[in-house]
Design a protein around this ligand. Sequence first.
Ligand SMILES: [Zn+2]
Length: 657
Amino acid sequence: MISPEIINKLFDIASIEEVVGEYVMLKRAGANYKGLCPFHDDKSPSMSVSPSKGIFKCFSCGQGGNIFQFIMEHEGLSYPLAIKHLADKYNVPIEEGQIDVTELKEEARVKEGVYACLEFARKYFYERLNESQDGKVVYKPYLLERGIAQQTIDTFSIGLSGTQRTDLLDEGLKNGYGAQQLYDAGLVKKINDAEGVIPSNLRDTFIERIVFPIFSVSGKVLGFGGRIIKKDTKAPKYLNSPETVVYEKRKELYGLSVGKNDIRLKDRAFLVEGYMDVVSLNQSGVENVIAASGTAFTEEQARLIKRFTHNITMLFDGDVAGVNASLKHIKTLLAADLNVEVALFPPDEDPDSFIQKRGTSAFKEYVTEKSQNFIGLIAEVTLGNQKNDPIKKAETARSIAENIAALPDPLKRAAFINETANLLQIPERVLIDEVNKFKQENRKQKEQEQRREERIQEKQNSSDTSSSYNYVPEFTSFTTAEALLVDKKSYQEQDLLKTLILFADQEFDEEHSVAEYIFKELQEEEIWPVSKEFETVFKDAYAYLLEHKMLNELYFIRNPSTSKMAAGILSQRHKLSPGWEDNFEKIVKTEDDNYKHQVVQNLNYLKLNHIEILMKENQEKMKCAETEQEVLHCQQYHAVLQEIRKKITDEIGTVIL
Ligand SMILES: [Zn+2]
């Protein structure tokens, strides 16, 4: 059990707009905020955040809930772990035993262990750099010499790995971390692949390296990038953590946790190639910088950065490798509907060396002067100064057309086609045909991929009948007809619950609030919800009402089992933007005014269903009756039930055949 004080304290201090704003750029829209939903590929802001209610809701994919739901979904954590996550973040102390680890699912537990190991390693590496003998004598002077100041070391938590083969392993084991956990975290490797994860078969992943922790957007350590210092070695210059349960390279951007606020503020991100570029620019006061960890920019990374800005300027070396790397990134960035510019640095210079040599203002001037869109870049690279060479021209046009075809926005495509036609002196018509050819190819490719995925999905579904997609509620003890009745009842229970969430603390009559009236009726008529789905929800809410003498939407927003539903229906009511309000005012008003009627109707339908279930049960009993007495008894009961049913149907105004 997690103490309610902790949860309530977190609700008080961690506002929804701050928690969500950590991951998503939010813009004010009246009393609420809007932003791109991180849970689906959102093209226009579909997510609404309501500070007054403490909820978020996506009108496209349906995700919604309170601060904990957001963290659960976004970080892939269980409820208790999401609480712990926010408690850590907001410095709310949790005492031993307050969060029961046995409640946690296996995967969540593994993740938690991995996160703990990574944080331990970060601290260990950082202390080694700043406090150990070789750190102070050899490695820190090296960094300082390269222009990395202490403040930057602190900001990015730069550290030094062990120098022996098992320094971190030994230290980790000594501090109570398991060999398996350290292995799952990617901090140690197997020496012999065929053997197990036991200390004698393990060695550190990072040896004699300067290590840069890779942080998630929210600032959790996911892994490390290590740079070797020694020159006389065969080991690779750069080494990254392997992919783990918490680290998926294609989803992360180095520097985002540090730079995200500045990226929002400037509404632009500089994309660079290496960790050192990020660190060095940051130190010189250019904080809106990210790096894509070596690989080509992925769709996921594009989606991630889009939450903070739509404008990217790539800052790459002007050498062949740098140009090719930037060309590789462009298509993904364009396809994600990002506005991309590129500024190439002189050969043999990278952003790091440039800013260190020439200073911040020269750097900024250079970037402004050299920034060009992808058309300019491709023309510069492919065409160079052979502007009249027809073969080069065709090659350039084709390469540009391929990139234009990736743009989702037809207006942008048209504008870029026009620009290219002017630049290359080629008729627009020819370019349009070329772009369309590429678009067709892209579509074919996508369809093929989709089919492949569908086939894989089908296979999985047929081999895994217990998957959650095929989940069938347990009605095994009912016949089909009865199951349908129960199903209907559950649907009506859901409706009643919605009414309760919306209007719980409104007045029903002089003596009762809506909540009090509903529970009084449920109690008196003995029609407590029976579906597994809602039984606990209603009972808990009733207990809360008895204890606190009040019940309102806040209770349902904060309760983990109802917050998603609450976010859904409460946001729906407040979804209307100012412009729409006039048109919809009538409808909204009607709903609010009609709530008493709605309460009565909901209860009536529920009662009706309950009666029908009783009648069914009674009929079954009659069939099995052995004495005349029993039959008579059943018949009388049937008449009573029929009477009640008629009363209710009259009230509902529906004819039941
Ligand atoms: Zn969504």
